[in-house]
Write a protein of this length. Structure first.
Length: 322
């Protein structure tokens, strides 16, 4: 068997735990992004969504846990070391794995960008109270519902859209252990040429990073979250580098990926438009009033989005922020 065939089998093994039938584009749910009223205007005015760096999000510890735990488990694993068959091959593998970790810490995590959504039911006119409290300006903000069936999947895009996997600390560690055992078994049964051993280490580290970004503690399960994630290692042509930007706000200055809701070759299809993909806009329960509704309609008109007025909803949840 040549290395190309071995590599394809190795890649399939690394991602064999993913449930493709439950992921985009096999499924295309309505996804709701809870945000502030100011950010709603930013989305409309710039026809763009802003992805944030996890270093400035509540999920920092979740990502850090996943990457650091996976790294430690691999570096301590005797099964992979034994499966590689020689000190030279093992040294090549583990040195590359450690270098991948260092590069991620130095460079990639600084340009890792995430946008969070919650699954939304078509007949839901109000949104979820816990999400309003946690992410929707304590009910004073807005929620933009996106219809992902209007989004065309682009092969090899640096953007990944997928559901979050929820598990306890113990279950996440167990999942890492299973994958590491699978890697050891594969390397023992497939003699990867020495010059390609480094590639197997890099691919394993990338898989660990992807799991870290798309996993959270089971205590967050009620959020029913999906994430849009920018993966720098997949952006080989630097297609999204022109959109690296910043926000200078109340919490200080922080990096942002300001993603245009329009065509980007190799990333977003030509026919993509913000108005086409917005299913509805829900105004938070603490902000819902006839005056607010009239003001939002005026905003939509001023931002050249009058077609969205009929998609405007006012949450009727009897909640008022104190």
């Amino acid at each position: 068997m040549n290395f190309e065939a071995i590599w394809q089998d190795y890649w399939k093994m690394l991602y064999s735990d993913l449930e493709q039938e439950n992921e985009f584009p096999e499924v295309s749910p309505l996804l709701c992004h809870y945000t502030s009223m100011q950010n709603l205007e930013n989305i409309l005015a710039g026809e763009e969504v802003w992805l944030s760096n996890p270093l400035y999000m509540n999920d920092l510890e979740e990502v850090r846990f996943g990457v650091n735990t996976g790294f430690d488990l691999v570096m301590k694993d005797d099964g992979i070391r034994s499966a590689l068959g020689s000190d030279e091959r093992a040294e090549r593998f583990f040195n590359t794995f450690a270098e991948s970790y260092d590069e991620y810490a130095r460079e990639h995590v600084l340009d890792l960008y995430v946008m969070c959504f919650s699954i939304h039911e078509d007949d839901d006119q109000d949104g979820r109270l816990s999400m309003w409290r946690g992410y929707g300006q304590n009910g004073k903000g807005a929620a933009v519902v996106f219809d992902t069936s209007k989004v065309k999947a682009m092969e090899n895009s640096p953007l990944a859209l997928a559901p979050v996997h929820y598990a306890s600390v113990e279950d996440r560690i167990a999942r890492f252990d299973v994958k590491i055992q699978e890697v050891a078994h594969f390397l023992e049964n497939n003699r990867v040429p020495l010059e390609y051993v480094h590639a197997t280490a890099q691919a394993l580290f990338q898989r660990i990073c992807l799991y870290a970004v798309f996993s959270k503690h089971i205590g967050f399960k009620e959020e029913n979250e999906w994430r849009l994630v920018y993966l720098k290692d997949r952006d080989l042509g630097n297609a999204l580098h022109p959109y690296f930007s910043y926000l200078n706000g109340s919490d200080g200055i922080q990096p942002k990926l300001k993603l245009p809701m329009g065509a980007i070759p190799g990333v977003i299809s030509d026919e993509f438009r913000l108005s086409d993909v917005v299913h509805s806009i829900i105004i938070g329960p603490s902000a819902s009033s006839p005056l607010t509704q009239a003001s939002i309609k005026r905003m939509l008109t001023a931002r050249n989005k009058p077609e969205l007025i009929e998609r405007l909803r006012m949450s009727s949840i009897p909640f008022r922020a104190t």
